[in-house]
Ligand binder design. Structure first.
Ligand code: KG4
Ligand code: ZN
Length: 336
């Protein structure tokens, strides 16, 4: 059987990325142009700035991706692109580029859900076995998803308010950390102690939903109170206390879901899957419970936004003949 090469695009937020993926499994190239520096001084992603950067970067990313993979357009079998969720102006740049390549080279177009992409970043580290459970934790999403068959997603739990990465970024700002704050908060948490006893919202409730806004508010209030009375708090302890609450919540809901749906693989994906505390905690919980379950974390460079993961899920859609046409539009609030 002939190999399938997919050129994939990702531009939903502040990373411009183009990848060439072989059979959904092998990364021939995965170029990621990050814009973080341009957004840092604003404390978050500025949509207008993001789309302008995508326009500037995307052609260069295509060229680099093809050079690195040593391919020409004749080698490519299909073009895949993230069409949502994300920032409308950012999504449209990737969509426009993908359509242009598809039209110019007469290639089929595949529209990919960004969230599905994050989950399938696991496809590069293991052979996925269905059904499997996915804990999707990113700057925009916190979901427990049961994947019953290739490309078949069932959301079991979602966040009622803030996404977990968003909470990291907001409390990081209070600690004076640059956007995105997750990695640094994680590092501080490793040396601090969980002494503030922040609330663990909804862990007693028998559902699979998450809430992080109460935790975020409790954190901010504690810091403001300390400022008012000139109390000097340890930033490391604050970070450790925040992360302690986050890990309790994520772990509680994940194992609740696994009890309802026993599976042989747990995939953790999205930007927050880079969290070292989370990696350690889930591993310990599985050992403690003596569970015969594979814990799958994508490598760090595939946790954040990238086009390789888009190519992985696109391969499944390619095999199903699930193609889009050139009228494809973005869907900024797309879910499963
Ligand atoms: O998946 P992603 O790159 O973009 C979205 O689709 O949202 O996730 C970005 C998020 C940011 O909120 C960032 O602070 C968070 O992932 N993040 C982390 C860590 N590394 C990145 N959060 C916690 N711990 C980390 N080590
Ligand atoms: Zn993402």
């Amino acid at each position: 059987k002939k190999d399938t090469l997919i050129m994939s695009f990702e531009s939903s937020c502040d990373e411009t990325s183009v990848a060439i993926i072989k059979n959904g499994k092998e990364i021939l190239s995965n170029i990621i142009a990050t814009q973080i520096k341009s957004h840092q001084r604003f404390g978050g992603v500025v949509p207008e700035v993001a789309s302008r950067h995508h326009v500037e970067e995307i052609t260069r990313c295509i060229e680099l991706a093809m050079d690195e993979a040593a391919v020409t357009y004749d080698d490519i079998d299909a073009v895949a692109v993230t069409y949502g969720p994300g920032l409308v102006g950012s999504l449209l740049i990737g969509i426009m580029a993908a359509k242009t390549v598809a039209f110019a080279h007469n290639l089929p177009l595949i529209k990919v859900n960004h969230l599905a992409g994050h989950i399938y970043s696991a496809n590069f580290v293991t052979d996925l076995q269905y059904p499997f459970m996915a804990l999707l934790v990113s700057g925009g999403h916190t979901e427990l998803v049961l994947v019953t068959a290739p490309g078949e997603f069932h959301t079991l739990g979602d966040t009622r308010d803030d996404a977990v990465g968003e909470a990291y970024d907001k409390i990081g700002r209070v600690l004076g950390i640059n956007y995105p704050a997750g990695k640094q908060v994680d590092q501080m948490a490793a040396v601090g102690n969980d002494v503030f006893n922040f609330p663990r919202a909804m862990v007693q409730e028998d559902n699979l939903d998450f809430s992080f806004s109460g935790l975020k508010s409790a954190f901010i209030n504690r810091v403001h109170h300390a400022d008012q009375v000139h109390e000097d708090l340890s930033k490391d302890d604050l970070a450790a206390s925040f992360q302690g609450a986050v890990l309790d919540i994520l772990s509680n809901k994940t194992f609740r879901a696994l009890k309802q749906h026993p599976v042989s693989q747990l995939v953790v994906a999205g930007g927050v899957a880079a969290n070292q505390g989370l990696r350690k905690r889930l591993k310990e919980e599985i050992e403690k419970r003596n569970m015969d379950m594979e814990l799958v974390f994508p490598p760090l460079r595939l946790c954040g936004d990238n086009a390789a993961m888009i190519g992985a899920i696109a391969q499944i859609q390619y095999e199903k003949g699930d193609f889009a046409d050139l009228s494809l539009n973005s869907d900024p609030s797309l879910d499963f």
